[in-house]
Design a protein around this ligand. Sequence first.
Ligand code: DGY
Length: 454
Amino acid sequence: MEEPVPEGNPFHTGKARGDFLAGARETLTANDVGDFVKPGRYQYPHQWNWDAALVAMGLAHFDEERARKEVRSLLQGQWLDGMIPHVVYHNGSSDYFPGPDFWQIEQSVAAPHGVRTSGLVQPPLLATCVRRMHRRARDRQASLAFIQEIYPRLLNWHRWLHRARDPEGTGLVAIVHPWESGTDNAARFVQPLMQVTPSQVPAYQRRDSAHVAAEERPQHADYERFVYLIDRFRQWAYEPEIIYQRSPFLVQDTLFNAITYQAHEDLIALADEIGEPTAELERWRVRLRRAFNAKLWDEEEGLYFAFDARHHQLVRENGVATFLALYAGLADKEQAEVLVGAHLENPEEYGPDANSRFRVPSQAKNNYFYEPRRYWRGPVWILVNWMVMQGLERYGYQALAENVRRDSLALMADGGFFEYYDPRDGSPAGASDFSWSAALALEMLEPLPLSRPA
Ligand code: DGY
């Protein structure tokens, strides 16, 4: 007998739901090139750090061994000092810029042997996704052995984040390039990035608008600075101390730190599971929590903002990263009430209205930089929705969480698995056949069992 379909569900029948789930699995399978799953069919032909973590979590719904392979494959790119780079080029060059040669990682003593990678990082979602894979695992023995196998590498990664990106012990980890945030052109990076003056930018050719409309991608002024920063880092041989001291872009980001905090919690749970000590992780966790609230919370606006650590100021741009404090459980009850009541539900900012039907725009609609189709300046992203949804559940806003989930599923059911969607009418934008949207469709429709440990 078919399950009754709750009201407002985008799937009218059990068959429609089944076809949608099969489509999500097929998207992941079709993007599988053997060593890894491409983040998008055409736009992103290599393995990206946070995409791989989400892809592994999606694969775990139907092929646990393949999911573990995805994680191992990402870890092949781990640098000798623990850094997990933002791109691993298992398959050489492609039509994507920057290709493997651009990075010149051989300048660094810490570069891994026998594998080409980028020299930046991305938000550390890996421990969180691995923990979720473990909670879902049917083969408990294989999963436990896997945790034992990769735990030292995860710990080294988290250690690197604090050692390399918080050498002053502020509690918050810094990013040195907007690509490290995964949300490259979000409004919170405009001010810090515009203070970077590019000079002698090496010759390069953008390829990102070959498969996606230029109006949906970052602008020329952004790319000039993206490339200029990388050139500085290569000249400094990717030495973490020099980069931290001299990078003209140094930001303690809301999204990056909230994801790091949640990842610490998840790594602590994994450590407990295999009997490893947790005191070091606990120390980072507690310090990060304190600093996140002391430094990034703006009482007057009732929002969390990124901190420009190079110019010692908060960047007061209202963007969806603020709600990641809910995802990570970093806000107290009163802060959560303000975030949800005054902002998330406010139709001038993030709530739906007659001109904009879908939750959750990545930039507040009344923010100066809002552009509903341009990458991280406004479109709805399924990953953000998934995190906001978890945050809302965590703080007891069940009905709102359900609305976010329903909007996300409707966007994907109607438009396909795209990179992002226009919040006004839900039309798809960015890269097509986008793996993490498919992976998160599986997570949203096949929730985790409640009773499993870790
Ligand atoms: C891109 O190419 O858009 C990526 O965000 C860089 O990692």
